[in-house]
Design a protein. Structure first.
Length: 172
């Protein structure tokens, strides 16, 4: 597990290291493609989510989407090859009430347009194929693209709802 931060990194909530890049606070993780890393990276995700102000409901759904994206990177992107890495960035900005999460693998990539519709009758009984659907349901914005460095990257945004606003998280 590698945490990276720029020199002069600021200490965020509870002393957790954030680096500041162009007005954004960033927590960057880099780890091997091992499912044993899931619980640890989930703890980091929960901590960052709480530090930006997510309530318990939003924190849960962001956690489900994040965990699914990391599982996809390990299992499908890197094909569980421990010599390949998974890269995660959590970004926040004081000017925007949202959290951006990027997860990138080192795999061959795929065509996001070719993802089967999990709600199509022929796919309803399949035991897999719902991860991206769930991620899109729980996050406010999701983009899948081939990363310039190689592999695939998923970029997910969750906006922070003002106190008392209705939760729009589980849209599916």
């Amino acid at each position: 597990m590698v945490f990276t931060r720029a020199s002069g990194a600021e200490r965020g909530v509870h002393g957790f290291p954030f680096m500041t890049l162009n007005g954004y606070q960033v927590v960057r993780l880099e780890f091997t493609s091992a499912f044993e890393m899931l619980d640890f990276v989930q703890v980091v995700s929960d901590f960052v989510g709480r530090s930006v102000g997510f309530d318990d409901g939003a924190l849960h759904w962001v956690g489900v989407a994040f965990r699914e994206s990391v599982i996809n990177a390990i299992k499908h992107g890197n094909r569980s090859d421990a010599s390949k890495l998974v890269f995660v960035d959590f970004e926040t900005a004081t000017s925007l009430p949202e959290l951006t999460i990027r997860v990138r693998d080192q795999g061959d990539g795929f065509d996001p347009g070719a993802i089967a519709d999990p709600l199509a009758p022929e796919n309803l009984l399949k035991s897999s194929g719902r991860g991206i659907f769930l991620i899109r349901s729980f996050m406010d914005d999701v983009q899948l693209q081939r990363a310039p460095e190689g592999g695939m990257e998923i970029r997910m945004i969750k906006r922070i709802q003002p106190a008392g606003a209705p939760d729009q998280t589980a849209k599916a």
